[in-house]
Design a protein around this ligand. Structure first.
Ligand code: NAP
Ligand code: MG
Length: 518
């Protein structure tokens, strides 16, 4: 175990030198650990499959981080059976005991911050602060949901009563077996956050992580195991989404699912899983095509910094990344020169090296997409920065700024999920708003203006779940549990409720009204 180091907003903004040293040491340990064979974890036991797949680092394709199991239908059936069998005892325990175990899990995640963060950087190309932030966010999401249950007496409330002889209550109870399917881009927070919530609520869980990020999910599995989560209560299955993921969703004994990932897969799950023999809850968190509007009354230094950080942080692979900018024609040239200036300062390279703010994109598919999108953007549009592949033995691409893209170009509406931002001028704020809202998505949005009336107008009219005004640290990115709620509208999310806020964990339980007459 490494020394405990609390990451907060302020430590991430101006990190202590000690943080860098601990991270650098953990990178060396991570490299020394390359090449292990990692199991499935079913009913409290490690299990190996006949077929395995290699996890290579996108930072350097020669780095074979480990092999992972291709789970089979049998593994899925066994995991569901184990979760089903473990449900009565886990849900029947006093909620205080579940909270205590999950707080322990959160503390173990914090204890292992540097090892998990260093491995995550190598696994998916996150820079050190992004990776450490993701790990600590995972722990904080679990703590946040423990707090929510505690503050609300596990959502056990009295109802109105007709007389002293009537005892009427509303209680929330867990559904049963909950599947969590997580994406590659926040492999800690978006696996451990939902899994933690489901467990705290009293469900048993099967986690199927993205094929690009099985290692972070394995570290989480170890934290749950070591915290004392009983056998069968938390299970970990790797393999492809189409096979293992789909088999989990098709299983009749699964009661609910949290999916975080692309619009296409999320909509497929909503259309199929939630209409089985009876309705089953789906929490689907999907993509984004997040706009930033820059008024002529904006502070353009803030706007340029905010857009740069949102568009290119984590290589544009945040669901909250800013991918469209609408800037007032009067200030567009000045904004563009400021944006170019801050973008030129970005170093792209091995993200475990302190000076590199951008790492590689996640995988070959993303790298190929980048080539295709850049070629398509050149048709009609003008690439004013980037648009090229960079040297290295990993998937390195340049941060890319596109101007003059015709309004009808399909890439104004398609989520690219890459470090590419398109910029357009406007002369009328209402017209900018209409264009900002004219997409199927509604996850995050940003606005820059120093005029309070404009700010209120923007807050009243933009269609998205997570809004930021004048945020230089990220025009559309950078939510933290308890500080921002995080969830999408329209095609970005299915429930209308967000994570890291008041209404999240209740979704993992159904309500029961209990009337008892003496
Ligand atoms: P993805 O391709 O949709 O995959 C997400 C997960 O679904 C992976 O674990 C994947 O497994 C699995 N999967 C794929 N097909 C499946 C199927 N038929 N049945 C069951 N599971 C299946 O998404 P991604 O590329 O990992 O992540 C990027 C996307 O996530 C972007 O669209 C981004 O905007 C979105 N995202 C949204 C949020 C949010 O909070 N709204 C947060 C983060 C990311 P494999 O990896 O094995 O294919
Ligand atoms: Mg994918």
């Amino acid at each position: 175990m490494t020394e405990r180091f609390k990451v907060t907003y302020s430590t991430l903004a101006s990190p202590d030198p000690k943080l860098h040293q601990l991270y650098d040491e953990a990178v060396e340990r991570a490299k020394a650990n390359f090449g292990k064979n990692y199991p499935l974890f079913i009913n409290g036991e490690e299990r190996f499959a006949e077929k395995t797949f290699e996890k290579r680092s996108p930072v350097n394709l020669d780095w074979m981080m480990g092999t992972f199991q291709y789970g089979t239908e049998q593994d899925v059936n066994d995991a569901v059976a184990a979760a089903r069998a473990a449900f009565p005892a886990w849900s029947g325990r006093p909620w205080q005991e579940r909270v205590a175990i999950m707080r322990k899990a959160a503390d173990l995640i914090s204890d292992r911050l540097f090892d998990m963060g260093a491995n995550m950087s190598l696994e998916i190309g996150k820079n050190r602060l992004e990776a450490l932030g993701d790990v600590e966010e995972t722990a904080d999401l679990i703590r946040y949901n423990c707090d929510a249950v505690e503050k609300n007496n596990n959502f056990n409330f009295p109802l109105l009563t007709e007389s002293d002889k009537h005892h009427n209550r509303s209680v929330l109870k867990p559904y049963g077996v909950w599947v969590v399917i997580s994406p590659f881009n926040f492999p800690g927070a978006l696996a451990g956050g939902p899994a933690g919530a489901a467990l705290i609520a009293g469900n048993t869980v099967i986690l199927k992580p993205a094929t690009d990020t099985p290692l972070t999910a394995w570290f989480l599995t170890e934290c749950f195991r070591d915290a004392g989560v009983p056998a069968g209560v938390f299970n970990f299955v790797t393999g492809s989404g189409r096979v293992v993921g789909q088999a989990l969703l098709d299983h009749p004994s699964v009661d609910g699912v949290t999916f975080t990932g692309s619009y296409d897969v999320g909509m497929h799950i909503l259309r199929t899983f939630s209409t089985a023999k009876y309705p089953r809850p789906v929490i689907a968190e999907m993509g984004g095509k997040n706009p930033t509007i820059i008024s002529k009354k904006a502070d353009l230094d803030k706007a340029a910094m905010g857009v740069m950080r949102s568009a290119f942080g984590l290589q544009g692979q945040k669901c909250s990344a800013c991918s469209r900018v609408y800037v007032h024609a009067d200030v567009k040239d000045t904004f563009m020169s400021k944006l170019l200036e801050v973008t030129r300062q970005i170093n792209v390279g091995d993200p475990t090296i302190k000076d590199n703010w951008m790492g590689p994109v996640a995988n070959k598919g993303a790298y190929e997409d980048y080539k295709k999108f850049v070629a398509d953007l050149r048709e009609g549009g003008k690439i004013v920065h980037g648009g090229e592949l960079l040297e290295g033995n990993g998937y390195f691409v340049a941060p890319t700024i596109v101007d003059d893209l015709p309004e009808e170009h399909y890439l104004w509406k398609h989520e690219m999920f890459l470090p590419i931002v398109t910029i357009a001028p406007f002369t009328d704020l209402d017209d900018a708003m209409a264009r900002a809202n004219d997409v199927e998505y509604g996850l995050t949005a940003g606005f820059f203006s120093e005029d309070d009336d404009e700010v209120q107008w923007w807050l009243d009219n933009i269609q998205a779940g997570v809004l930021y005004v004048n945020r230089a640290s990220g025009a559309t990115t950078g939510a933290w549990p308890g500080y921002q709620s995080f969830g999408g509208w329209k095609g970005s999310g299915s429930t209308g409720k967000a994570a890291g806020s008041f209404y999240y964990i209740q979704q993992y339980m159904h309500e029961q009204s209990q009337t008892v007459v003496d």
